[in-house]
Ligand binder design. Structure first.
Ligand code: ASP
Length: 328
């Protein structure tokens, strides 16, 4: 190796060591680090409907971890009062409601749909992509065509509420998609069954008023979701642009692979996100965060921007918990 290359590499290794071990960022110190009783379901936010309970019930009924993920996410997608997922979601700046979703099973199989319109259950289409095609991702009109071929119903998913919100936004918006405001959320769900197998999925209508064609982190394997049944799983919510740039969920899983607890792994990923996204500030409602579950049945969560909550089902009960957050 040439001396100069060697010096460069050593310097780089030094930098990453600093980033991993020392941090100038203060966290809120909310953390969970004990091994939980299986089955476990952990999901983003509190959608005020029984998301985790549906997942656990599906397992009890003999379903697989993937069935549990799909059924529980279907519940959120079908709820017209949730304005950031499936039916009733807020449209893009041209008035189109476009949906993103993906899932991964315990064998590492993956399926995804991006920029899908007029199908209420994108997570189920993602599953069909995974199970019935040789592909991982289908997009836009092709994804819609595939969904219809597979028997999914094509329908208008905008509600009176989402149409009105769009009309209101058009009046004040000046057609500039706002980033950072609280106009988005994703259902991300990780499920572990009694045997310790893990699957995960996420589904969203993305950012309200986004530019037509915008795809967020949620349907991108490694960004919005990653499952490695030997290690654990992670999923993201919040401003997808910041998560994509650090391959966020994959990064969380890789930190766990290297021995970090889910809590430490989520924090390290948030530090990376902050470091790599200097133009986003911890104000104006900006939020990006991760939830994670490892093979030992420990969970963690952390966000940039205060306010992330997650729902955790273990030991026969569900709880809504405030996530750890970066104070800077
Ligand atoms: N991650 C989603 C996106 O960027 C939005 C969210 O979860 O808040 O599309």
């Amino acid at each position: 190796m040439k001396r100069r290359t060697f010096i460069k590499q050593t310097a780089l290794a030094g930098t990453s060591a600093i980033l991993l071990s020392k941090t100038s960022i203060a966290f809120s110190n909310i953390s969970q680090s004990n091994t939980l009783t299986r089955p476990i379901a952990i999901s983003t936010w509190d959608f005020k409907i029984p998301v985790n309970e549906t997942a656990i019930q599906t397992l009890r009924d003999g379903g697989s971890v993937l069935d549990a993920v799909e059924k529980a996410i279907n519940l959120v997608e079908a709820d017209p009062s949730i304005t950031s997922v499936g039916r009733g979601g807020y449209p893009d700046r041209d008035g189109h409601l476009t949906l993103d979703a993906c899932l991964m099973d315990e064998k590492g199989n993956a399926g995804s749909v991006v920029f899908l319109e007029n199908i209420m259950h994108p997570i189920s289409v993602a599953r069909a992509v995974m199970e019935r095609t040789p592909h991982v991702v289908l997009a836009g009109d092709g994804a819609l065509q595939f969904a219809v071929e597979q028997g999914f119903k094509k329908e208008d998913l905008l509600t009176e509420n989402s149409k009105k919100a769009y009309r209101d936004w058009l009046q004040e918006s000046k057609y500039i998609p706002p980033i950072g405001e609280k106009n988005h959320d994703t259902i991300g769900l990780l499920v572990m069954n009694k045997d310790g197998d893990i699957a995960g999925g996420c589904s969203t209508s993305g950012m309200a008023w986004k530019i037509h064609g915008r795809v967020g982190d949620s349907p991108l394997i490694g960004a919005g979701l990653y499952v490695d049944n030997e290690v654990g799983a992670a999923t993201a919510t919040g401003v997808g642009e910041t998560v994509i740039k650090i391959a966020g969920s994959f990064l969380v899983v890789e930190f766990m692979r290297n021995g970090k607890s889910p809590q430490e792994a989520c924090r390290l990923a948030i530090e990376r996100l902050i470091h790599k996204n200097p133009k986003y500030k911890n104000d104006n409602g900006f939020l990006a965060g991760f939830i994670a579950l490892n093979k030992a049945g420990e969970v963690g969560a952390c966000s940039y921007g205060k306010g992330l909550q997650y729902s955790l089902y273990t030991d026969g009960k569900n709880e809504v918990i405030d996530a750890d957050y970066s104070k800077k």
